[in-house]
Design a protein around this ligand. Sequence first.
Ligand SMILES: [Mn+2]
Length: 312
Amino acid sequence: MSTSKNYAGISDEFAQLEKSKIILIPVPYDGTSTWGKGADKGPEAFLEASENMELYDIETNSEVYKQGIHLTAAITENSSPEAMVKEVHKITKDFIKRNKFVTLFGGEHSISIGSIRAFNECFDNLTVLQIDAHADLRESYEGTKFNHACAVYEASQTTNLVQVGIRSMDVIEKTVMDEEKTFFAQDMIADEYWSDKVIETLTENVFITLDLDAFDPSIMPSTGTPEPGGLLWYETMEFLKQVFEDKNVVGFDIVELCPNKNDKSSDFLAAKLYYKMLSYKFAGQDVDKEYDNTFDIDYKANINSRFEDDED
Ligand SMILES: [Mn+2]
């Protein structure tokens, strides 16, 4: 994929690394998907749709691209699932240390094992807010701990994991799942206060991992494993806005766009979703004000990786 272009066709002035508050890392990885293939094409379709999107957000009355959005080279390491995770971890952490608001676009959900590790090492008492149709809590699957079906197993052991929109899982995952922090789609539809209840389970620092199959296939068909009964657009925007307002969202990733060249609507949903999340994050913030991603370099300087065979 081409990475010489800027995100959304913004001018160089708003895309340079030094001046940009926001980092966008494409991870076109599709090494372990089990059914619908094509998440490796996700970042390219997302970027193409982004170029055809209005850059003024009506709701927040803002043009968040003016905060600066730097598109990095894509992470293409795919010699093994483990090698990919290590590379995502390393690059994500490097940009966090540079005081950036770091975002990633997948690729399949296994990329989040790397991004979550990086954020968990840089921010205290981290909540991982997973918005997803699937529990993704298997300790290993098809011979690897780095399968997309294992995307948040590690997070369940090392962070405050909160799962929203879940409607598909294996019975074995019940042994790992914390039902107090799991919001099943079937219960959410019958509870007008679900979003308030989710917010109550979050700590101050929140990383969002958003699997696009959380959305209903009627609005988001282009994903590897579509599941009926998913989230709709406005309820999701209202929820995300509330999370960004109430908590310190330290970064996010969006995964599992599996584009279909005959139906671009999903690519546009992903593009708009990404831009909405940035708009909520930076709503009301002066473009000229220096950004502080709240990573405390002095405090964290001596903390080594908590994960074995990590050469950070
Ligand atoms: Mn998932």
